[in-house]
Design a protein around this ligand. Structure first.
Ligand SMILES: Nc1nc2c(c(=O)[nH]1)N[C@H]1C(S)=C(S)[C@@H](COP(=O)(O)O)O[C@H]1N2
Ligand SMILES: [Mo]
Length: 328
């Protein structure tokens, strides 16, 4: 691995668990994006296993782009980039996740709702999608200081919470990702990581209009590497707050633990983890980000200022008005 000494000005920390001090150098970064001198334009698109899995074959509900979230005021990142430069640590710590997930599927898929609810529920994908399917273009900001813009397809999280009928005792909601060591090589490795991946939100965060349950992107169902068949999207928070391939949602009366705060004890990945340019990661600044579109040209990995709440202050700022920024 390249050393972080003499790193180029646009260096990217490798991933959310850079506690091992692994950083990408420029060549590795371009290679990961499929952009090396010899490979311009040669990015192979990834696809499902040869025989599409049942979830992948499920017809996509009709949808329209929600006009409220139609313009992220940034170019939409090209699909081939958004689906070949990923974080999905169940498969690999590198970005070429798609090479490990070709056959990954969670069929037959069910989504369980339990904990402090009137009645526990087990849902299929269709049950969730019929709550109201739409497209939303959201900015996406990873804690590693890169960003993209993604056209998600799915259902507002608030609608799923309403369907769940949490009791008045419910103050938080916890999400659990899939557990299947047969499919996910990193789940077979003994390490400090406690699988399955788990995340959580405070109840008012989960009910905010920005929270989204994505089952598709780029006009089709989520590819395996993007978190088939369902993931949570919270665009005002760092990317790791949005678990992929989620199978369970549990309502609780206390703050649930989260995967990254348990794995890295130094407080680098706190529960709230709202995007904030003024709160540096202990090992790098969060003031700017490398915005990744698609261009096969280094100059097009544009460095732009990071916005508080990733630019969604108007929608979510009120949720945190009494909280000190540095702790969240
Ligand atoms: N289950 C699971 N969910 C996850 C992760 C993961 O490793 N496992 N990585 C997170 C991180 S750090 C990011 S930045 C986003 C990456 O989503 P993308 O690969 O679709 O861009 O997924 C998040 N959700
Ligand atoms: Mo991330």
């Amino acid at each position: 691995m390249p050393s972080h000494i003499n790193r180029p000005s646009w260096y990217l920390p490798d991933n959310a668990a850079t506690d091992e001090h692994l950083f990408l150098n420029r060549r590795h970064f371009l290679k990961t994006l499929g952009i090396s001198g010899l490979m311009v334009g040669g990015i192979t698109s990834t696809s499902f296993a040869e025989e599409p899995t049942p979830a992948a074959k499920l017809p996509l509900p009709e949808f329209a782009r929600n006009p409220k979230f139609a313009d992220a005021k940034r170019a939409i990142t090209e699909e081939h980039v958004g689906t070949t430069f990923n974080n999905f640590w169940e498969f690999t710590k590198a970005k070429n996740v798609h090479q490990y997930t070709k056959n990954f599927n969670l069929d037959p898929y069910t989504f369980t709702i339990d904990g402090l609810v009137e009645k526990p529920l087990t849902l299929g994908l269709e049950d969730i999608e019929k709550l109201g399917y739409e497209e939303r273009v959201y900015r996406f900001r990873c804690v590693e200081a890169w960003s993209m813009t993604v056209p998600w397809l799915g259902v507002p999280l608030a609608k799923l919470v309403a369907l769940a009928k949490p009791t008045s005792a419910a103050k938080f909601v916890a999400f659990t990702s899939f557990y299947d060591p047969d499919q996910a090589p990193e789940q077979r490795v003994k390490s400090k990581y406690k699988w399955p991946y788990y995340e959580g939100l405070r109840m008012d965060e989960a009910m905010n209009e920005m929270g989204f349950v994505a089952t598709g992107a780029y006009g089709k169902r989520l590819l395996p590497q993007s978190g088939t068949p369902l993931r949570i999207v919270t665009p005002w928070k760092y990317g790791y707050k949005g678990p992929k391939s989620v199978v369970r949602m549990t309502f609780m009366d206390s703050q649930p633990p989260t995967f990254w705060s348990d794995a890295v004890k130094s407080g680098e990945y706190p529960f709230y983890s709202n995007v904030d340019p003024e709160v540096p990661h202990p090992r790098w600044s969060q003031a700017t980000e490398k915005f990744i579109t698609d261009k096969a040209n280094v100059a097009d990995v544009e460095v732009i200022p990071t916005l508080h709440y990733n630019g969604y202050e108007e929608q979510v700022g009120h949720l945190y008005k009494d909280m000190p920024r540095k702790l969240i």
